[in-house]
Design a protein. Structure first.
Length: 562
């Protein structure tokens, strides 16, 4: 049977017909298997190979057309009834091999030339010579038409390929800034410079004092002074107000790099930058920004005073009152778990102006230490001991009305939005802690030998540190992604909660494993691993416990899928 198909190549072009004779191919195969040979002239064998090559070439062009054009399969008319009288072909022209051998052998009923075939009757279904000549004439016309169409296909495909190549070159020529946005881990030149500066500061200034500060449970004033001098306490603050005017991710990088050496110093920098400075930049009036931001970038430390004894995870169940008195508000109450409070000069205090209003009465006040803020108690903690965490007493503290941040009754909005940003900072702190523990422990695995081999070469150990490396990298991607979303002004609350939740979990796993890898040495204070292990637990507690993060994530997912 004669198998034929036609395909539309490209819109606006003619149809290309390709003919095959599967029956003849099958017959030839049967002859070969039966030991039947063709004459000494190897035209048939060469024709078969040529037919295979031709078929491959046509299949490739068909694939190209399918890729670049609108392709569809159409039935074709029998060549016996497809005749064009204006095109005459004589038997002499056919015999003079004007049709290429590979195509002549490939076409229907011409796989084996008639004058070379022993069993030519198998290939001569015509009743007369005239019918055979008409068929061969049709084949010749089809060949010429197909040749032209094949050339057109190749030309069109080459044009499309050239256009695609030009487009790829255009994409490759995009600016480096645009390409950076494709990778979360690719940093700008300024961000890389900031990270390098902080890394050097942490090694040279912070690291020599880590053990001393941890034992004394007090932050060294020289470290705080060094942070200000290095420009790390006004990272996002505009340059005209004394800050570094860097990106939010730069602040995250600073927190991460400091946490690799000492999470206590890291959280001091974190609270000051991502909470205090951000509140002033976002909600402060022009006069308030001009007054406080230069001080907060130069020498005054800030703290964020929200938590109370009766309001932990339920942060808006505040008891601290703010009573209006002329041009002042009088604050009475107490605050708990306030980070940086022992060294701070500026306090952002949240109090309610009317308890009957619930969270709508919460207002944010800027309170200076000289106004009467007192340290009631300094907590003795499991970890981050150098970072001060204190109870504050507010007894008839008079605050000018001009020191209200934002609007009266809008403090709850400030707290919610700022804490969402602060969670990314805590994620960065836990990420740096995990990386610091990993970096301190891993070299030991390739130095310590047991049973004649390095312990890092045992498969069980390899699986452990490989898994921790994966966890750290995943936490980094979550954290950087949340930071980038925040920078771009896109929704980031869910991603921030995910980053804080996962990074705190990774910090616990990494520090625990690091202590185990070091054995008894890791349990001593000679190495920083036991400190990392103590410090990591706070990540699952402050600025929203892990359960609060899960609740936040679930709440957003419910809205997305309901």
């Amino acid at each position: 049977m004669l198998g034929r198909f036609s395909r539309a190549v490209l819109p606006g072009t003619n149809r290309l017909n390709i003919s095959t004779n599967a029956a003849c191919l099958e017959t030839e195969q049967q002859q070969s298997n039966a030991g039947t040979s063709v004459s000494a002239n190897s035209t048939s064998a060469g024709g078969t190979e040529a037919a295979r090559q031709f078929e491959q070439a046509m299949a490739q062009d068909a694939a190209d057309a399918a890729t670049f054009g609108n392709i569809r399969v159409l039935p074709a008319a029998s060549p016996k009834y497809h005749r064009e009288p204006e095109m005459k072909v004589t038997a002499e022209e056919m015999a003079s091999a004007r049709i290429p051998l590979r195509y002549r052998d490939y076409c229907a009923h011409m796989l084996i030339p008639l004058n070379k075939c022993r069993h030519r009757t198998m290939y001569m279904p015509w009743k007369c010579e005239e019918e055979r000549h008409a068929y061969e004439e049709c084949q010749y016309r089809d060949f010429m038409r197909r040749s032209k169409m094949l050339a057109q296909i190749k030309q069109d495909a080459q044009t499309i390929r050239s256009g695609r190549s030009a487009r790829m070159l255009q994409l490759r020529g995009l600016s480096s800034t645009a390409m950076r946005q494709q990778s979360l881990l690719t940093l700008s030149e300024d961000e890389e410079m900031m990270r390098d500066v902080v890394s050097r500061f942490a090694r040279e200034v912070v690291q020599p004092k880590v053990s001393e500060m941890d034992e004394a449970e007090k932050m060294d004033p020289q470290v705080i002074r060094g942070l200000f001098d290095a420009g790390l306490m006004g990272i996002e603050t505009p340059a005209d107000l004394g800050g570094s005017e860097a990106s939010f991710l730069s602040a995250i990088l600073v927190i991460e790099e400091l946490a690799k050496v000492d999470p206590s110093v890291s959280v001091l920098c974190d609270v000051h930058n991502t909470l205090v400075n951000t509140v002033f930049r976002t909600y402060g009036s022009q006069e308030m920004q001009q007054k406080y931001l230069p001080q907060l970038s130069a020498d005054k430390l800030g703290c964020f005073c929200l938590s109370e004894a009766a309001s932990g995870s339920d942060a808006f169940a505040l008891q601290t009152r703010a009573r209006e008195d002329g041009d002042y508000y009088v604050l009475n109450g107490s605050k708990m778990w306030i980070t940086n409070s022992a060294e701070a000069d500026v306090f952002l205090v949240f109090a309610t102006v009317d308890p009957s209003l619930g969270y709508r009465g919460i207002t944010c006040f800027v309170v200076e230490r000289e106004m009467g803020v007192k340290i009631a108690k300094k907590e003795k903690k499991l970890g981050i001991r150098a970072s001060s965490t204190c109870q504050l007493a507010l007894d008839d503290v008079r605050v000018p009305r001009s020191n209200i941040l934002g609007q009266v009754g809008k403090g709850y909005k400030i707290a919610i939005e700022i804490l969402n940003e602060g969670r990314i900072g805590i994620a960065a702190q836990m990420l740096g802690l995990a990386q610091g523990a990993f970096d301190n422990a891993l070299p030991y695995l390739f130095e310590r030998k047991q049973f004649g081999s390095r312990i890092g070469d045992f498969q069980g150990m390899q699986h452990q540190y490989a898994q921790i490396a994966v966890d750290i990298e995943a936490a980094r991607l979550l954290t950087y992604n949340a930071a980038r979303l925040k920078e771009e002004g896109k929704p980031f609350v869910k991603q921030a909660a995910m980053a804080k939740l996962y990074a705190s979990q990774v910090a616990e796993r990494a520090s625990s494993r690091a202590v185990e890898w070091m054995g008894g040495l890791g349990f001593t204070r000679e190495l920083p691993l036991e400190k990392f292990y103590r410090d990591c637990k706070i990540g699952a507690i402050y600025e929203g416990t892990s359960n609060i993060q899960l609740q936040t994530i679930a709440k957003i997912l419910t809205k997305e899928y309901q």
